[in-house]
Write a protein that binds this ligand. Sequence first.
Ligand code: CDP
Length: 221
Amino acid sequence: MSIPVIAIDGPSASGKGTVAALAARALGFHYLDSGAIYRVTAFAAQRAGVDLTDEPGLARLAAGLDLRFDGVEVYLDGQPVGDVIRTEEAGRAASRIAALPELRAALLERQRAFRQAPGLVTDGRDMGSVVFPDARLKIFLTASVEERAQRRYKQLIEKGLGANLAALLQDLRERDERDAARAAAPLQQGADARLLETTSLTIDQAVAQVLAWFREAGDPA
Ligand code: CDP
């Protein structure tokens, strides 16, 4: 029987990462934050002087990245990268390179390698549509753009990073637009994904819904 995957996709700052990590912990499953891979790739490119529009150069760099996760920390070349990949600027750079199909292809197998027993919970934009099309449960997790701006604001302040609510709202609208309009793996709810609208849900309620749907999905016969 194949190793179960819960794929949680959705727009920026919807809280999908928090929900996915907590669901993984509750189930004793592995967790993959696929956005972190795009963020760290953009960071590594900037550090190596590879232009963010140089598609073959980025794909080469991505294929050779020495990348490791330990909990929420990401290690690049054996060194923890810390919160430099969590800024809005890093998110924008990630979103720019994420539009490039060659780069996405170069990251595909790396992401699939996280599928390990007893299971995986993962979040991103194309986890259910491209990376794990046979995921046992696919969820599209979203919230209103105003609520997402509030969530991101709170998250950045808690990390001690600067934040401006009006600028965040503007940035989220642009990011939504770019992630949804791109040709390669655009952000959209797949026909086989369940919609989890979290504008008025607490984190615990959202996690409980994921777990309930997963129980419902059961073991395939
Ligand atoms: O939550 P937020 O969008 O701020 O950040 P993220 O999930 O860390 O993703 C950063 C960027 O990477 C997104 O804006 C997407 O453009 C891109 N991404 C993607 O294209 N595919 C994924 N599976 C994950 C992230």
